[in-house]
Design a binder for this molecule. Structure first.
Ligand SMILES: [Cu+2]
Length: 106
């Protein structure tokens, strides 16, 4: 078996709940949503535009290339709510510019 090089975290859907309901991941994470319930659920975010529909036993993944807070819910059961918090990773990428000069107070 070839394990993923990337950390893949999983949100399980079971008993009309996302588990965990809140997950914090670094930028560029991929999160897998797996429906372990007996009926169809969705993973829908109106703000960020993702919308997975998962039949029982199905799973799909979403990439999170940008930092932010992403609320989502289930279209079929609006009481089902979850949140993904994507944080800047500690490792700076090479896109950082040098115009961040320190401003000293007088
Ligand atoms: Cu649902």
């Amino acid at each position: 078996m070839n394990e993923n090089q990337q950390d893949v975290m999983t949100v399980m859907i079971n008993d009309h709940r996302y588990d965990p309901e809140e997950m914090t991941v670094p930028v560029n994470s991929q999160i897998r949503f797996k429906n372990d319930d007996q009926e169809t659920h969705s993973v829908t975010s109106s703000a960020d535009g993702f919308d997975l529909e998962l039949d029982p036993g199905e799973s799909e993944s979403i990439d999170f290339p940008n930092a932010g807070t992403f609320d989502y819910y289930c279209r079929y059961h609006p009481e089902m709510k979850g949140m993904i918090v994507v944080e800047e990773s500690q490792i700076k990428e090479k896109t950082k510019t040098e115009d961040e000069e320190e401003i000293s107070e007088n």
